[in-house]
Every structure is written in C-alpha cells, then in structure tokens.
Design a protein around this ligand. Sequence first.
Ligand code: FE2
Ligand code: FE2
Length: 378
Amino acid sequence: MVMEREMMREKEEEPEEWYPPDYVYITRDEQHAHIASLPRVVHTGEVTKRYRSPKGKGERLQAKKGGVSIFLPWQHHNWKQMRYPIYTMTIFGQAGRAVEDSFAVGASGCHRHWMDAIFYRPGGTYIEEQDGVMYDCQGEGVLLVPTYSIHGHYFKEAPKKNGITVLPRIFEYIGIADMEVFDFDEEYKRKASPIGTFHIIQDVQDMMYNRRAITKWNPDSDDQQPKTVYDHYLKDVVDENRWRMQTVRWVPADSVPWEQTRQGKLKYLVHPWTNTVTRTMDCYLQEIPPGGCSGKHRHVYEEAHFICEGTGYTVQNGVRYDWKEDDLVCVPVGVTHQHFNADPEKKARIFGAHPRIFYHIGYGGIEQLENAPDWPGK
Ligand SMILES: [Fe+2]
Ligand SMILES: [Fe+2]
C-alpha cells in the first residue's frame, strides 16, 4: 500500500509553489522573535497618542489630567507593526475629568460600534447612557458596554486616579469593526479616522433593529422547542435578545467578594460563569500584600495588568519587569508570570484583563506553577 502510494507520487507532477517561500514556516519564528522583543510594560504617562474628546476644547483636554490616551493601539492586522506584545486587546487610558460647560468638556461623544467594551473606573461619580437608558454609577468598578449600543459617558465627579478601557480586537478580524458617531464634530472625525467608519451604516442599522425586535422564533406555533438544528439558530436570536436585556452592565467592585486563591487575593468582576453583557473579555482585581507576591502561573491567553496602585515587578519567563502606578504590564501568550510587591509597607492593587476567545476555542485554562505564599491550602 505504501509502495503503491510512493509510486503514484512519483508520477505526480511537482506542484507549483502556492505559498511564497517565507509565508508559513519562516515568519512563525520571526513573529515569535518579534513579539518576544517588544516591551512588556507600557508607562501610560508617556502615552503613544492623545485624542481630543469630540466636544472638547482642544488644548484644555490635552492637559495632563484630561482626555483619552491610547496605550495599546489598533494593530492594522500586521504583527510587524505591533509595539506591545498583545494581539487581542486595544487599551485606552481615561483620565477622569468632570463634565463642564454643559458637556463641552469631559463627555464622550454619542456613538455606536459592534465591539463591546470594559471600562475600569477607579472611583468618582459618572453617568453612562446606553440606548437611551441612563445608568448612575459610583465608586470603583467596571462599566460594561454591550455590542452595538448607542452610548456616551461622562463624569459628574472625577476620580482621583486614572482608569482604563479594554476593547477586544477580535471584532476587526471577523469583519465587524465599524464605528458610528452620532454627534458629528469635524475635528474628532479627522483625529479618530483610523478606527472606523463615521456615519450611520443604514443596512447594518436596519438589520440590527429588525433582529432586536424578534421576540418569537416560531410565530406560527406556541411550541417553542426547536425540532431541527436549524430551529436552534432561529431560536438563538430570541435567546440573544432576552439575554442582552437582563444582563448586568455595571459591576461595582464592592459587590464582588474577595477570594483567597492559589494565585493570591482576587475578585473576578467579569468571567464566563457570570451574567454580564460583555462576552469577549474577562477582568478581575488583585491585591498583593506589602512585600508579598502572587502565585506563579501560565496560560495560553495573553493578559494585560493595569497597576492601580503600588510599586513592584513581574517576572516573566525568568526576566524581571519593574512597574509602578499607572503602568500597564503585558503578558504575551504562554509566558510564565508572577507579580511581586516591592513596597514593604503598602499593598499593590492590579486590574487584570484578558480576552475570552481563548476560552471558547478550548484554551482558557490556567496552569498553576507555584502557589501564592498566603494561599492557606498549600
Ligand atoms: Fe464606545
Ligand atoms: Fe495571568
């Protein structure tokens, strides 16, 4: 049998090269070497880009304590352009600034996009508007923006610390990265043009409004049990609509208890086993006691850690990376890591975020390599 195959193969003509010679095999090594060479810590005070708020008054918003900064930018689908080793998340910083002059300063424009988003808010008082519903939010927590909702946000009272916004990059790869801005401002449009299309996309809007009006998948019958596989897909629209309406959009940090885990003191604010309106990313808070450290672990998914407070370092694959408040520590795919609090008197507080796509494709699990010293069960 093997012989026969070999003989047949001899008769076959050599195929033309359909891959460019360096396409599949060589760039993989180049790519990994490139990712490994990128900086692991973003000092967010030295931001890469600063955008004006759409209704902002230019220079005032570019002051140190105002506006929005992009730390991990959109990557233009090309790993050679990556400046930090994160493929799956775009991360913004948001300095708290209270609204002034009837929204002239401090309010985001009213807009809509397919991608969902997690805003980590360190404190303050703020209003979030989503599809005409106003959410009053206060204190530390995460604000969740569902996919394709018209929304805007502003602070009534600014927090004393900076926060961050985490957006999943998966939407760009699956062809639904469009962004629409409702209250037009030429300056904003010009500044923000790399991130998408800035008009109402009528066919998308029509589809979404029709889709969201569906409350029954089988109007001819009261029997709501799917009888075919295809029926499951029809029923999914109804289920998705119901789910979206009853999910949580604001998770105050103090609504979730701390858990003592093998990795240290953690509280997950968004995760696959909770009912939140974002499905693309998970996030948590972690505290490391003075002079202490976290456990050491490794996971396939990549991860970003925003340092809410404290001074310390993270050891990644044996290399030490120092951090301080407002830094963003990036952990690339499959790298071992452990955080150390270098301050003998103050705790360190970290907001961590990672994409959920890895979980959906069967690589969401964590491999524990060393337990935190304060893990009681060790
Ligand atoms: Fe948004
Ligand atoms: Fe981790």
